[in-house]
Ligand binder design. Structure first.
Ligand code: PLP
Length: 407
């Protein structure tokens, strides 16, 4: 299917629809996924359980395997189809991967008790710190630099033969900054430790060194696939102890009847985005330039966020489609509500931390004040958003800034 997917809607406030610019939180379903979901229920095999022996069951299982293959191909086959486990989204994949690997490794080598977790991981990883400590692991938070990168020198100095796992995200969900995963993998592997990558924001949005990553997680809804379906990818030689019990599905790693329509639509979405990646990325970059040229022009009172400036200066890579803006003097929550009232949906930081006092944990971890962090907006989109809607958003934001009282 050509880029632009026929039928993609322009979400225009002119016809009373919200202009949705919060794709880093979740994306609208792509046409390819919608088509896969609606065709699914016309398939005779849709009635069956993919674990059943009869013909319909076997056909259902084949559909699942085709989806697994498509995901494997998107990793340049670095992860084999048999190393792909379907889950109910990113958070579940992350939890099952981290706990599963750590228990599996502890069974083999109880001396490896250290777990490194970067300071700006998403809550889906960060909130595991307390349970991991309770389970007897020594959790070390990896500091991050003001350039939005995990402090590689810290890892170099501190990862040792007692280290079990290093957890660093592929790209950050607030800044979009891509992490130095290949280097971090080398550091972990030099000491015999494993690397887990939360790739929920990075998958199919940047070139990841899949050969070097031991385990990763991603979610369908960040790439135009269905919500509530994702996968964990774990290389065969990585130890793993199941965390959920009750059946043999997914190699006993995620027992229970699979979300077959979700997995089939996920496989199609992954295939489409993988094939069209270069064109998609070009189009998003063009739209990002449009927004940045508008918002960051002289005299608007809006600045690229400090993380964005630092990233540009240091030539740090960002995934396309996230604009981090700093609106000095304004509270991001107030701006979001005023924009919402005019039909524009954006976010302050990660959707999951909205409303947390003191602003974004990510920006604060990068060394910015709570005030800076509390005046940040995240505008995120992909190639499907129209230029008109982006321009209308920029105009609305500037207009709102004229009327809203400053802090
Ligand atoms: N990790 C990152 C980096 C994310 O951005 C998100 C979602 O916002 C998640 C994990 C959680 O994924 P899910 O919402 O599919 O559970």
């Amino acid at each position: 299917m050509p880029l632009g997917e026929k039928g993609l809607r322009t979400l225009s406030n002119l016809d009373n629809h919200m202009v949705y610019l919060d794709y880093a939180a979740s994306t609208p379903l792509r046409e390819i996924a919608k088509a896969a979901l609606s065709a699914f229920y016309d398939e005779p095999y849709s009635v069956a359980n993919p674990s059943s022996l009869h013909t319909l069951g076997r056909e259902a299982s084949q559909a699942l395997e085709a989806a697994r293959k498509s995901i494997s191909q998107a990793t340049q086959n670095a992860f084999k189809p048999s190393e792909v486990t379907f889950t109910g989204g990113g958070t579940e994949a992350i939890n099952l991967t981290i706990f599963g690997i750590l228990e599996g490794l502890r069974n083999q080598n109880p001396a490896r008790t250290k777990v490194f977790i970067s300071a700006f991981e998403h809550d889906a990883v960060f909130d595991l710190i307390s349970p991991l400590k309770r389970a007897g692991f020594d959790v070390i938070t990896i500091p991050v630099t003001k350039y939005g990168l995990v402090d590689v020198a810290f890892l170099e100095k501190n990862v040792d033969e007692k280290t079990a796992l290093v957890c660093v995200m592929g790209a950050n969900n607030e800044t979009g900054i891509v992490q130095e995963i290949a280097t971090i993998a080398d550091i972990a592997h030099a000491k015999g430790a494993y690397l887990f990558c939360d790739c929920v924001q990075a998958f199919l949005k940047t070139d990841l060194p899949y050969e070097a990553i031991d385990a990763l997680a991603f979610a369908g809804h960040k790439i135009g696939g269905p919500k509530g379906v994702g996968a964990m990818l774990i290389k065969r030689d990585v130890p793993y102890a199941p965390q959920v019990f009750g059946g043999g599905q997914e190699g006993k790693r995620r027992p229970g009847t699979q979300n077959l329509p979700g997995a089939v639509a996920l496989g199609k979405t992954v295939g489409y985005v993988f094939e069209n990646n270069a064109a998609i990325e070009r189009e998003i970059e063009r739209k990002v330039a449009l927004v940045e040229d508008f918002l960051f022009a002289d005299g608007t009172g809006i600045l690229p966020s400090v993380s964005q400036v630092a990233a540009a200066k240091e030539n740090v890579k960002r995934v396309p489609g996230i604009v981090s803006a700093y609106v000095p003097g304004f509270d991001s929550g107030t701006l979001i509500l005023a924009l919402d009232a005019r039909g524009f949906a954006v976010s302050a930081a990660s959707a999951c931390t909205a409303g947390v006092a003191g602003g974004s944990r990510v920006l604060r971890a990068m060394g910015f004040s709570a005030d800076d962090a509390a005046s940040s907006l995240r505008i995120s989109f992909d190639e499907r958003v129209s230029d008109e809607d982006l321009t209308a958003f920029c105009e609305a934001l500037l207009d709102i800034m004229k009327t809203l009282p400053k802090n």
